[in-house]
Design a protein around this ligand. Structure first.
Ligand code: MG
Ligand code: ZN
Length: 218
């Protein structure tokens, strides 16, 4: 019982701070996207592919959540956008208070579109509202097509699923229709985009999705 109570307190506190983040972002006209996936699904590669296109239309910022290293933050910073790194020190997800501290590192008046690259993990990132406007998850086809059934919450909580690494389709045993079908059994309004960060297939569609989302607002 005690553990459950602690969990609820933590979650209540997180929701409160997420609400503050959302208000702060809204006040400064910043649209925020929380990017989630298992490790190695390609969140950083997706940002590296997309940011050069987005930079023409938006002032982009990135909050990079990582367990230990700043390697991903360095890759993104090379694109000339503002990046702030959160080293979670072993914590396997971002929470609203980590993001709140990171927001102070930005001049939010100078940002239109902010990505939170979550820690690579298919489980608990989905439990923590960060104050974002949209949640996007990546599933790489080098993972199993049974992931939606195994990790339902992330599929239920996201507005878009990106199937990444589709250039590898002929080499892996991943049934895309099955994965999409099972994800939509959990979330009937889930958008799906198939992408290869390597060849660039689908990247335009993703940029258009973002533009539509920004236009529709939080
Ligand atoms: Mg990364
Ligand atoms: Zn966690």
């Amino acid at each position: 019982m005690h553990e459950i109570r602690v969990g609820e307190d933590l979650r209540g506190k997180n929701e409160e701070i997420a609400r503050e983040n959302r208000e702060l972002l809204k006040k400064h006209g910043v649209f925020a996207i929380n990017l989630m996936s298992a490790p190695g699904a390609g969140k950083t590669s997706l940002l590296v592919r997309t940011i050069p296109l987005l930079k023409e239309k938006f002032a982009v910022g990135v909050i990079e959540g990582d367990l230990q290293t700043s390697r991903d933050a360095e890759r993104v910073a090379e694109l000339g956008v503002k990046v702030h790194q959160i080293e979670t020190g072993g914590v396997c997800h971002l929470d609203a208070s980590m993001v709140h501290s990171a927001l102070h590192a930005f001049d939010l008046e100078g940002v239109d579109l902010l990505f939170f690259e979550n820690v690579g993990n298919l489980v608990c990132p989905a439990e923590f509202d960060l104050g974002e406007d949209r949640r996007v998850m990546l599933l790489s086809i080098t993972e199993g097509d049974d992931k939606p059934k195994k990790y339902p919450l992330m599929f239920m909580e996201s507005q878009l699923m990106i199937l990444n690494k589709i250039d590898l389709a002929e080499f892996v045993d991943f049934d895309m229709e099955k994965a999409i079908g099972e994800a939509r059994d959990l979330n009937s309004v889930l958008d799906v985009i198939r992408i290869s960060c390597k060849t660039g297939d689908g990247v335009d569609e993703w940029v258009e999705w973002i533009e539509r989302a920004v236009k529709a607002g939080g």
